[in-house]
Design a protein around this ligand. Sequence first.
Ligand code: C5P
Length: 243
Amino acid sequence: MARRTRLYEGKAKILYEGPEPGTLIQYFKDDATAFNAEKKAELKGKGVLNNRISEHVFTALEGIGIPTHFIRSLNMREQLVRAVEIIPIEVVVRNVAAGSMCKRLGLEEGTPLPRSIVEYYYKSDELGDPMVTEEHITAFGWAYLDEMDEIVASSLRINDFLLGLFAGVGIKLVDFKLEFGRFYVDDDMRIILADEISPDNCRLWDIKTGEKLDKDRFRRDLGGEIEAYQEVARRLGVLPSAD
Ligand code: C5P
């Protein structure tokens, strides 16, 4: 394969220049990190599983009219995506109390929330992704108010749809993180969903047993990470055949 220009390397993915202007290649690594990269490991096969799971979820979201950066899968670890100007905000949607919300508010993990809650975090490794409000986001010019309205509406729609998609395969969608970007076509700008949706950035619990099928297995040293990710892929009908 021709030498490609690496544009960005993150904790779990690499972005290369795409074959046509306005496109990128998103490569899924096996690297796992937690606690702002204080904890690191290689989980063999994770990239292949996240590529498949994310492709499945993004395709389903396109099917209900949510614009995303996903164009098509290229191979076991790579997707062709639209190049976007990333909005430096992580949008977290929660249905059940878990993770940082439990710590912050003293809630017991697993407490159902009265309604779905949307939170924002400013993407900054140096600052450890601090939680921010819409006031910070608009005051500092990270996004405009009308963009935030669109992002919240889209995030809640995605949540409604994914709650059903995962419930259909016996999985409770506890919470997840989304990233959005600006996509320019001529003079037109659209907000589209970017990044990935996989067990790396969702909390997914087996509905019957409560077993964790996501990155908390790694964060909390529970083991069985790959088996859990494989189980999610298997239930969604996208488990790759053994090499
Ligand atoms: O840690 P916290 O409880 O705030 O995480 C909420 C959700 O957002 C979890 O599903 C987690 O996997 C995801 N997340 C993420 N990337 C981050 C922070 C959180 O994918 N930097």
